[in-house]
Write a protein that binds this ligand. Structure first.
Ligand code: 2M8
Length: 450
């Protein structure tokens, strides 16, 4: 039984979460949301697999296999895999023109040319451990088969997104971070001069009640201008890195990558991969741990992204600053400092919160907006990542407090597995029936039974 909620409520929450995943299930992959996001998104799929593993580990594996089947020949896993049969989305496959633009892209399916945070090995590791425990040999053999693709993905990130060996991954677009309109990107986007590009029409605003919940038109112009420039560079890392105006070393992505290398090494060792590969993965995990630890800012008591365009840290206060918690083998003094920031008055301990969960941006800090997407609302999925990390660092009590507070938020009758929530009123915002919200609810509900 779950300590957070009485059994009748956990049962109905679980059933409702499963229903969301069933409704968004397209057979081999899952839509992140019924209408707002009708294609396959990279990190959504991995986090969806984290929930599916509790009911159908084979289907969880299929989610990853479908995504990795769209991998580019340089190893990158695209942030969107387009399905011609599912709904409107802008910018769609034509706008990205991946196959026409780069010989590295698959001929089919059409994809975007960006990446997203590399959470995939966290999901693979969960599937693997389950398969081993339950003697699911066919599933283990599928993990064997897909392993080289995962390794190629990690190698792409190391060689192309951190060629300088900084221990932090460089992103070229806010969409790569997954935290699209976070104040993390404001100062860099403010320097960007948008040139001539074709007129466009957004689809996202059709699917939310209030446009304030989504990025502004000014932000969208910048997002699309960056895509235009990326296409001009043929999505080539070498060309992009010469003078691209948006190059930021992303601390959250790098923390996830440190953990992902650790998870992949764990699987690799268990399935007997060559020791040279295991050594590489461990070295990468350590390199990105050091990168994230080195991004710690004593004054803000948060880890900060690095804006390579001006060679300065990005001094904002967002949940990404807590990402050292996701890193394996974190030194205990950094862990204690991050935990203090997380539970303190800028995040889960902020005055007036409806539930003691982590908002995406610290209330009262510049750029905060309670209803706008990644500028302040609480995202259960971001809370899940921090919770996952806290458990690994032995911060069990605090992890439990985050899990319980999130489940209480999600079991409100109006919550409907929303994409994000106003942290003060708990009003659901963005899409409803968001797959990864349902999926991580399943994982949180199953936690006490594990
Ligand atoms: C959001 O991003 C997409 C663009 O990739 C959008 O706003 O159209 C983000 O929350 C991102 O992290 C997420 O993967 C995606 C699908 O849920 O939606």
């Amino acid at each position: 039984m779950d300590r957070a909620l009485p059994p009748s409520q956990t049962d109905s929450l679980r059933e409702a979460a499963l229903e969301v995943l069933r409704k968004n299930d397209l057979g081999d992959w899952t839509k992140p949301a019924p209408r707002l996001y009708p294609h396959q998104w990279s990190w959504d799929s991995a986090l969806i697999a984290m929930g599916l593993v509790h009911t159908d580990p084979g289907r969880a594996m299929r989610e990853l296999e479908t995504l990795f089947a769209a991998q580019w020949s340089d190893g990158r896993v695209p942030h969107i895999v387009f399905n011609p049969r599912t709904g409107d989305y802008f910018p769609g496959a034509d706008w990205w023109a991946s196959t026409r633009t780069s010989s590295l892209a698959p001929v089919e399916p059409a994809t975007s040319g960006l990446i997203q945070p590399p959470v995939h090995a966290l999901a693979l590791s969960r599937i693997f451990d389950g398969a081993r425990a339950q003697h699911l040999h066919a599933l283990e053999s599928r993990i064997h088969d897909v392993f080289p693709r995962f390794l190629a993905w990690h190698r792409y990130l190391v060689e192309c997104r951190d060629a300088a060996g900084s221990g932090l991954l460089t992103i070229y677009h806010p969409w790569e971070s997954g935290t699209d309109n976070s104040p993390r990107w404001d100062s860099c986007l403010a320097r960007l001069e948008v040139g001539q590009m074709p007129a466009y029409q957004r689809h996202d605003l059709k699917h939310v009640e209030d446009p304030a919940e989504r990025p502004t038109h000014r932000e969208y112009d910048r997002y699309l201008w960056l895509v235009h420039l990326l296409k001009q560079a043929s999505y080539s890392d070498e060309v992009i890195q010469r003078d691209f105006p948006f190059q930021i070393r992303d601390v959250l992505m790098s923390a996830i990558f440190a953990a992902a290398n650790h998870c992949l090494a764990h699987i690799g060792e268990a399935i007997g991969r060559p020791s040279s590969e295991l050594e590489e993965l461990r070295t990468w995990s350590d390199r990105f741990r050091r990168g994230v630890e080195g991004a710690w800012d004593d004054e803000l008591q948060l880890a900060l992204d690095w804006d390579a365009g001006i060679e300065q840290p990005v001094r904002v206060q967002t949940c990404a600053g807590l990402s050292p918690l996701i890193v394996p083998d974190l030194s205990s003094d950094v862990r204690d400092a991050v935990m203090a920031s997380l539970s303190g008055p800028r995040f889960a301990g902020a005055a007036g919160l409806a539930y003691a969960v982590v908002p995406s941006t610290a209330p009262d800090s510049p750029g905060f907006h309670a209803r706008s997407y990644w500028r302040g609302p609480t995202w259960p999925v971001a809370n899940w990542l921090l919770w996952w990390g806290m458990l690994r660092h032995g911060s069990e009590q605090q992890a439990e407090a985050i899990r319980v507070a999130n489940l209480e938020l999600l079991q409100q009758p109006q919550a409907q597995f929303a994409e994000y929530f106003d942290p003060f009123t708990a009003e659901p915002l963005g899409s409803r029936d968001q797959s990864w919200t349902a999926s991580i609810a399943l994982d949180w509900l199953a936690f006490r039974e594990r």
